[in-house]
Design a protein around this ligand. Structure first.
Ligand code: NAD
Length: 287
């Protein structure tokens, strides 16, 4: 397949390399104009998009996505697909889907879970919004870049699932950190906390797979001085998107709101480039 790839950052670069390694003809573009071994790069999004059957975008936010889509959609071949893997707000996704349909271009929102390691290993999970025919055309690409891909519903559904999932993640991480901070004050050993909770009703991915207490449970960023992993800045971004979406549809998300406030304070204090499980530090200090 001729694949255009726009946004070759921490995530996009390894995803594009995996597609090229699997034999696709990948042409990449990033504003940084960096040369990347393994893929051909060009000097504009337009060059990247014009002969592509699928254009993949992996960009920082909705504003950049809309700007890029406005530039490339008129140049894309009717029947081709714009596959956006960035995490962005639902409104921008829907705006891009509407624009794409005017040019007879298919569009899929397909944000990912699995982080930089998953992007490199080709083990991402894709949560996809769009129509089945477009999803089927992109399956082969998902299969190379990831290990699981789910069509969640019409345009916007991929972004909706992503922000709901990450709102749960942010909230459960804070709850897990709080419980460790409380357990410390109650003179409970962290190992015993983990042993019991990870096999009891308090278990969660945050506790069992990504334990925020160093030296406890499977190896995670807490064992590496909270080097990300999944940075607190990205968690804050996703929580803010969840609150923006909640506001737009009038949904009550009081815990999501509190989680956003706590990660906002955390990022202001610690900077965003610390793993989101580092929240334990902030709660230890508070207590
Ligand atoms: P990044 O900042 O490393 O990469 C974004 C790239 O887009 C940069 O290289 C930037 O130069 C480029 N870019 C910006 N404007 C552009 C434009 N107009 N045209 C072309 N290129 C442009 O970010 P990332 O970590 O790769 O994340 C990308 C997306 O994936 C984000 O939406 C993020 O929320 C999401 N995401 C990231 C992770 C993660 O662990 N890093 C995990 C899941 C989802």
């Amino acid at each position: 397949m001729n694949v255009g790839f726009i946004g070759l950052g921490n995530m996009g670069k390894p995803m594009a390399i995996n597609l090229a390694t699997a034999g696709h003809n990948v042409i990449g573009y990033d504003v940084s104009n960096e040369n990347i071994d393994g893929i051909k790069t060009v000097k504009s999004g337009a060059e990247c998009a014009k002969d592509a059957q699928v254009v993949i975008t992996m960009l920082p936010d909705g504003e950049v996505l809309v700007k890029v889509a406005k530039e490339i959609l008129p140049l894309m071949t009717p029947g081709s697909i714009l596959l956006d893997c960035s995490t962005v707000d639902v409104e921008s996704t829907l705006e891009v889907a509407q624009m794409a349909s005017k040019f007879d271009i298919g569009s899929l929102d397909a944000p990912v879970s699995g982080g930089i390691l998953g992007a490199k290993a080709g083990t991402l999970t894709f949560m996809v919004g769009g129509v089945e025919a477009d999803f089927n055309k992109a399956k082969n690409l998902f299969d190379i870049m990831g290990q699981k891909f789910v069509l969640c519903g019409p345009a916007g559904s991929g972004q909706a699932v992503k922000i709901c999932n990450n709102m749960i993640l942010g909230a459960t991480m804070i709850a897990t950190c709080e419980a460790f901070a409380l357990a410390d004050k109650l003179n409970l050993s962290r190992e015993k906390m983990f042993e019991v909770v990870s096999t009891s009703s308090g278990y969660s991915w945050s506790m069992n797979a990504y334990c925020p207490a160093p030296g406890v449970g499977p190896t995670s960023p807490s064992d590496n001085n909270y080097e990300p992993g999944f940075s607190a800045a990205l968690m804050l971004k996703d929580l803010k998107l969840s609150q923006q979406a909640a506001k737009s549809v009038g949904a009550k998300t009081p815990i999501g709101e509190k989680a956003t406030e706590l990660y906002n304070d955390f990022v202001e204090k610690e900077g965003g480039n610390i793993d989101f499980s580092g929240m334990l530090r902030a709660l230890e200090e508070k207590s």
